[in-house]
Design a protein around this ligand. Sequence first.
Ligand code: ADP
Length: 494
Amino acid sequence: MTVTLDRNVEAFIGTPRQMFINGQWVDAASGKTFETPNPATGETLARVAEGDAEDVNRAVRAARAAFDGPWGRLTPSQRGQVVWKIGDLILEHVDELAQLESLDNGKPFLVAQAADVPLAADLFHYMAGWATKIEGNTIDISVPYMPGANFHSYTLREPIGVVGQIIPWNFPLLMAAWKLGPALTTGCTVVLKPAEQTPLTALRLAELIAEAGVPDGVVNVVPGYGKTAGAALAAHDDVDKVAFTGSTEVGKLIVQAAAGNLKKLTLELGGKSPNIVFDDADDGAIEGAANAIFFNHGQCCVAGSRLFVQESRYDEVVDGVAEIAKSIKLGSGLDPTTQMGPLVSDEQFTRVTGFLESGKADGATALAGGGRFGDRGYFVEPTVLTNTRPDMKVVREEIFGPVVVAEKFTSLDEIAAEANDTTYGLGAGIWTKDISKAHALAKKIRAGTVWINCYNVFDASLPFGGYKQSGWGREMGHEVLNNYTEVKAVTTLL
Ligand code: ADP
């Protein structure tokens, strides 16, 4: 069974895709293209222009000219209307975008249709309202060494300038929205580099952005590889800020690349998030714990990949999660009965199955799953590992696949330290009927997001980001606006 492809989707993948620079669709300066494969089959899905340093240069020049020119001349209200319109256009193309996402990334079409695409639209709609609400302050100053002088001081909050945005492949359209929404709202201009594994929805979004009336050069999309296009963008001297989402390892490379001109940085990086089930948790915690790790095939930076269950419920909860794991139907994202698609790429498949091998070699037990599913495409079985020790690689490192490690804990006092025993600090889940206990623990968790009796709840109005090595800065909510603006203090002697 498979959904019928939208005609626009067939046309979109049927011809080589160019890159979007200064409002024009152009080939790479080198003339090179690369292929994006269909992860359910390993076969070529589409060919895409392969950007490198030269294309990044062209795009940055266009973004600088647009920043100094037409974009800066729009009123905040006009900017907000354009950003709102992008959200509307996304909603007019939900099925098309969801199909494209499913084909390129592997995720179930129905999930992209219900979550990724509407969330992307909502992000633009949420951000649009802020365009007219970016404000400075007036400040009554004292200046002790100028007795008797009077001043008028105020702050201006101004767009940071040309922003390079480098995004991953796990939620390609949604990550593009998280990045572009606040940049456009604050009046910045952008060079966006989608992940090489999943460039298609960002390119389709660029068409919608042009249709919404965003002036030429304000948004440029340069597909290509991380080591070439991504690295050139991160190091570019005329880029004022880089916003990156991806692995902690690459995040550290971006920090080094950005040092040349000390551009501003925000980083949304990896995680190894604890999901904590107390003995008084509602039965819904079992399904919640499964969803926390298996949603998006575990390819979530915030996946609940360390499951901690209080002693008296350990067997019941872990067996329950294992039963759910065994019941999940794997298949092509375009099959409406599919609950979990393939991993995004051969590389991720090799990485995740490598972790499974290392877990087994270290003595872990696979209560469910533990290996490859089928013999075609990049499918990995939803896996529950027990008998792990805190020093094992599968417990310490981010796997970024459908693999959870389950551990037992005894008390509230002990669990906060165990939950925080990680270099990451992105998310956490707490399951209990005792709401005081939940809030007390939430305060002790060193992570940017804590979910109580739920998991993976995202909203455009909630700030998202990491403590420790999970990142710098926040995305979404009004917090993100601070990461796309500079503050200027202006003082007049009266
Ligand atoms: P993952 O490990 O999830 O594939 P990465 O961190 O490798 O994530 O990739 C996220 C994004 O970062 C992608 O767009 C990728 O092309 C880009 N990228 C990878 N390496 C670099 C690099 N050295 N400099 C800049 N961008 C990079």
